[in-house]
Design a protein around this ligand. Structure first.
Ligand code: SAM
Length: 623
C-alpha cells in the first residue's frame, strides 16, 4: 500500500507509528498502564489515579503531504474517521514556537479515529497532522519531530473532574516524577488539558501524559503552569537544580513513599477508631463542627480528638474548615474558641456512619478489629502456610464468629458492605434467561450469607424463586433480610453444610465462597454443587480474579487477607477452570463486576460439550 504514497521515504514511518499507537490503545488498560508510566506508583496513589482517570487515547503527530494521503494512511491502519478534521491551535503554536516559524505557515489538523479497548472501552488515537507538501520547506520540521516525538502522548480523561480531586491527582503525578509541561483551556470543547512530561525511567515509548478534564478548571491550570517544575517557571532549570530531579537523585521519593506505606496501619486504626467512637454518626456533610462540640458529643478528650480529626482530614474522611475570625479575649475562666478547628464530614467519611445506605462501618470494625489483630501474625502465616487468625484465636474465623453474638452479625454486615459488586448480577444473562423461563425457575444461593445477593436477584425478578443454604446461625439474618426486601415468601432456607446443596435448582450461585478454601475443599464444594445440578442448570461463581499479567488488582490485596485470616486464596481464571473441570463442570466464560470482582459462568461439562449452553456469557466466552 505504501507504494501509492508520493513520498516513499517518509510515509512508511508515519504509518508504522500510527499502527503502533492503535495497537497500544487496544492493548492497555488504565490500571495496568499507570505504573508503567510512573514507576514506583503503588498503593493508595495508584488506586486514586486508577479510580479517577480513564485511559482515553494515544496521540501522535503525522506529516502527510495532503488530506487524501492522510485518509489513505488511516485506512491502511484500519482506522475509520467519521467526523471531519478540525484545526489544532495548541499544537500549531507549539510547533511554531519550537521551530521559529509563523503559525500561519503551519496547517495542523486533528482527528480522533475510535479504537476500542480489549473489553470494548471507548478510546481513540488522537492524530495531529501537519500538512507537509513536497518542497514546502517544512520537511526539516517533520524530520526533527519524527526523531524526537515531542507530541506523542498518552491521555487520561478524568471521569468526575471535581476541582479538589483534580489538584490531588496532579499532585500525585508530580510526586511520582511527572513534570508539569503546559496545558490550556479549550472553550470550543469546554475542556481543560494539563500536560506532564513523564519520568525518564517510564517503561514506555511515550514521553508525555495528558490529563483531560471536562469543564473550565482555570484555577488548577494556573497552579499547573506556575508549578516550579514547569519549564517556563522562573525557578525551573532543566538540569541539576530541577526540584523533581533532585528528589529523585537523593532517593527522597522512595523513602517518602515507604514512610507513607509504613503508616498504613494508622490509616486503618484512625478510620476504625472513629467508627468505634461514633464520630461520623454525630457529624454530617453539610455542617462544620468545632472539635470541642464533637468531643462533647462523643465523650472524648478535645485535644486528642482534634489530633484524630486532623489525620482524618489528611485521609479525606473529613475536611478542615478555615478557622473563624478571632473573637474578643474571653472572660477570665472562659476558654477561648479562637484556636478551635472546625470539621465537616466528607462523602467518604459519611460511609462510616451506621445509618447510611451502603454503610461500610461494619467493614471498618472488622478490618480494624479481629482481622487487624490477626494481621499482626502475617509472618506466621507466611512461614507456616497456616492462617494467623487460627493461630491467634485458636479456631477458624467462621467458628469464632459463629459463637460470638456480636461478631457473627458484624461479619455478615461487613460482607454486605462490599455488595456493590453484586449490582450487575440480576441482569446477568443466566439470571434473566431463568426469569423468562416458561416454568418459574429457582436460584440456589450456596452459602448465601445474609441473603444480600439473593434478595437483589429475587427483587429484580418477581417470577424467580430462591433457596438459601447457610450455616444454621446465619440463616436467621438471611430470613430477616429477604423478608424486609418483600421476597421472603418466594424463598426457602436450608440450614446446613456444603454437603446439603439442594438438588433441582435452575441456577446455582457460589458467591465469595471458594476463595475461603484450599483447592481440595473447593473441589469438594464444587462436586456437591455438580451432584445437585440438573443437566440444564447453570452455576455462577462470584470471586475476585488475580490478573494473568500481574497488573494491580484488589484481588492481590484480598489474596493476602485470605492467606492471613481465612486460609483460602484468590485465584486466576484458569485456576478456577481447572477446579471446575475436576468437579465435572466446565467454565463457559467470565465477565467483570465492580470492585475488581468477576462472575464466572459454568455448566456441567457434558452439557457444555453438547453445546447446550443456550445462555451466552456477556463478555468472555471460553468455548
Ligand atoms: C465469605 S462469606 C460469603 C457470603 C455470601 N455468599 C456473600 O457473597 O456475601 C462465606 C459464607 O460461607 C459460609 N460457610 C462457611 N462454612 C460453611 C459450610 N461448611 N457450609 C455452608 N456455608 C458455610 C459462611 O457462613 C459465610 O456466610
Amino acid at each position: 500500500m505504501t507504494t501509492t504514497f508520493p513520498d516513499k521515504t517518509l510515509l512508511p514511518d508515519d504509518t508504522a507509528s500510527l499502527r503502533a499507537a492503535a495497537r497500544f490503545v487496544r492493548e492497555h488498560d488504565s490500571a495496568a498502564l499507570l505504573p508503567l508510566l510512573l514507576p514506583g506508583l503503588v498503593g493508595p496513589d495508584l488506586q486514586a489515579l486508577a479510580g479517577h482517570c480513564r485511559f482515553a487515547h494515544a496521540g501522535l503527530l503525522l506529516f502527510p503531504p495532503d488530506a487524501d494521503v492522510l485518509r489513505a494512511q488511516l485506512a491502511v491502519c484500519g482506522l475509520a474517521v467519521d467526523t471531519p478534521s478540525h484545526p489544532s491551535v495548541v499544537v500549531r503554536e507549539r510547533l511554531a514556537r519550537r521551530h521559529g516559524r509563523d503559525p500561519a505557515e503551519l496547517d495542523v489538523r486533528i482527528l480522533r479515529p475510535q479504537v476500542p479497548g480489549r473489553h470494548g472501552e471507548r478510546r481513540a488515537v488522537e492524530v495531529f497532522a501537519l500538512t507537509v507538501p513536497p518542497h514546502s520547506g517544512l520537511e526539516p520540521i517533520a524530520a526533527h519531530e519524527r526523531a524526537h516525538q515531542h507530541e506523542a502522548h498518552l491521555a487520561f480523561e478524568i471521569e468526575d473532574p471535581e476541582p479538589l480531586a483534580l489538584r490531588g491527582l496532579c499532585a500525585i503525578l508530580v510526586r511520582h516524577g511527572a513534570r508539569p509541561d503546559g496545558g490550556g483551556y479549550n472553550p470550543h470543547e469546554d475542556g481543560t488539558v494539563l500536560y506532564f512530561t513523564l519520568p525518564v525511567d517510564a517503561a514506555c515509548d511515550y514521553g508525555r501524559l495528558e490529563l483531560y478534564a471536562r469543564g473550565d478548571h482555570r484555577d488548577t491550570l494556573a497552579a499547573h503552569l506556575d508549578h516550579p517544575g514547569h519549564p517556563g517557571h522562573p525557578g525551573h532549570s532543566g538540569h541539576a537544580e530541577d526540584p523533581y530531579d533532585r528528589t529523585r537523585r537523593d532517593g527522597r521519593q522512595p523513602a517518602e513513599t515507604l514512610l507513607h506505606l509504613l503508616t498504613g496501619a494508622w490509616t486503618t486504626q484512625a478510620l476504625a477508631a472513629s467508627a468505634r467512637l461514633g464520630l461520623p454518626d454525630v457529624m454530617d456533610t453539610r455542617t462544620a463542627y468545632r472539635s470541642e462540640d464533637l468531643a462533647r458529643l462523643t465523650g472524648t478528650d478535645r485535644r486528642s480528638l482534634a489530633t484524630l480529626l486532623r489525620y482524618l482530614a489528611m485521609l479525606g474522611a473529613v475536611t478542615q474548615e478555615p478557622e473563624p475570625e478571632p473573637e474578643p479575649e474571653p472572660e477570665p475562666g472562659q476558654e477561648s474558641h479562637r484556636k478551635q478547628e472546625r470539621f465537616r464530614l466528607t462523602e467518604l467519611g459519611a460511609l462510616l456512619r451506621a445509618d447510611v445506605p451502603g454503610s461500610m462501618r461494619s467493614l471498618a470494625l472488622m478490618y480494624g478489629g479481629p482481622f487487624y489483630r490477626s494481621f499482626g501474625g502475617l509472618d506466621h502465616a507466611v512461614r507456616t502456610g497456616q492462617p494467623a487468625f487460627d493461630h491467634l484465636f485458636g479456631e477458624s474465623h467462621f467458628d469464632h464468629f459463629a459463637r460470638d453474638p456480636e461478631l457473627g452479625p458484624l461479619f455478615d454486615q461487613s460482607m454486605a458492605a462490599s455488595s456493590r459488586m453484586f449490582h450487575p448480577l440480576p441482569g446477568h444473562p443466566v439470571i434473566t434467561a431463568a426469569a423468562r423461563a416458561h416454568a418459574p425457575a429457582t436460584v440456589v444461593d450456596v452459602a448465601g450469607g445474609n441473603g444480600e445477593l439473593l434478595g437483589r436477584i429475587l427483587t429484580a425478578h418477581p417470577r424467580l424463586r430462591g433457596i438459601l443454604l447457610e450455616r444454621p446461625h446465619a440463616v436467621a439474618a438471611a430470613r430477616r433480610r429477604l423478608d424486609a426486601a418483600g421476597c421472603g415468601a418466594r424463598c426457602d432456607y436450608r440450614p446446613g453444610d456444603f454437603a446439603d446443596v439442594p438438588p433441582g435448582g435452575d441456577v446455582y450461585v457460589l458467591s465469595r465462597v471458594l476463595h475461603d478454601w484450599d483447592d481440595d475443599r473447593c473441589r469438594e464444594i464444587l462436586r456437591h454443587c455438580a451432584r445437585a445440578m440438573p443437566a440444564h442448570a447453570d452455576l455462577l461463581v462470584v470471586e475476585r480474579l488475580l490478573p494473568a499479567d500481574g497488573s494491580p488488582s484488589l484481588a492481590s490485596a484480598w489474596d493476602l487477607h485470605m492467606l492471613c485470616n481465612v486460609g483460602g486464596r484468590e485465584r486466576r481464571a484458569d485456576h478456577y477452570a481447572r477446579l471446575l473441570a475436576d468437579a465435572g463442570l466446565s467454565l463457559v466464560g467470565h465477565s467483570p463486576l465492580p470492585l475488581d470482582a468477576h462472575v464466572l459462568h459454568a455448566r456441567k461439562a457434558a452439557a457444555a460439550a453438547a453445546g447446550a449452553a443456550a445462555v451466552p456469557d456477556p463478555v468472555t466466552r471460553r468455548s
